[in-house]
Design a protein around this ligand. Structure first.
Ligand code: HEC
Length: 154
């Protein structure tokens, strides 16, 4: 019985080692390393801090990949979330969005925040301090409201 167990364990370990050879295609970061270099238009320092802490890992070209980000199969999940996240909303490209897109993204952000859909739950579980409290949520939705008004008024 014990022998069988060791054998299964050995197979599992061998399997985990072999799958490390499969590339995980983590999205590449931009060469500009400091998140400080991204300034979202008209976002206050408080808003920027929240975005950097809770959103930039998936919604900017400056993902802070941790050691486990490179281990298969975790890396596959992270690669998927980061590439889908960047595709849906990318603060590194915010300043290139046209007015219509900005208004739509601001609306999406407000919706995701109020519904507590973002940041993703799996992320806040692993990264303490990234879950938004009521005050932080309010800061973000105030910003999206004001920014939308500003853009619409232009
Ligand atoms: C762990 C990664 C991760 C984090 C952290 C994260 N997001 Fe996302 N976000 C995603 C992914 C993945 C999608 C795309 C979902 C899809 O395509 O179904 C997404 C989609 C979105 C969208 C678009 C929704 C839509 O309707 O298409 C918005 C807006 C958004 N996120 C806002 C935020 C904000 C604001 C934060 C920070 C407070 C945040 N996200 C944090 C992964 C993340």
């Amino acid at each position: 019985m014990k022998k069988k167990l060791y054998f299964s364990l050995a197979i599992l370990i061998a399997f985990l080692i072999v799958i490390q050879l499969i590339p995980s295609k983590l999205p590449v970061n931009s060469v500009v390393q400091l998140p400080e270099n991204i300034q979202v238009q008209n976002a206050s320092n408080e808003v920027m801090t929240i975005l950097k802490t809770s959103c930039f890992d998936c919604h900017s070209n400056q993902t802070d990949y941790r050691w486990y980000s490179h281990i298969v199969p975790v890396s596959w999940l992270i690669a998927r979330d980061v590439s889908k996240g960047r595709e849906a909303l990318n603060f590194s490209e915010w300043n290139t969005y046209n007015k219509r897109k900005l208004v739509r993204k601001l609306e999406d952000i407000k919706e995701q925040i109020t519904k507590k859909e973002m940041p993703m739950r799996i992320y806040t579980l692993i990264h303490p301090g990234t879950k938004l409290n009521e005050a932080q949520m309010l800061l973000i939705t105030d910003w999206t409201d004001q920014e939308t008004k500003k853009i619409m008024g232009q």
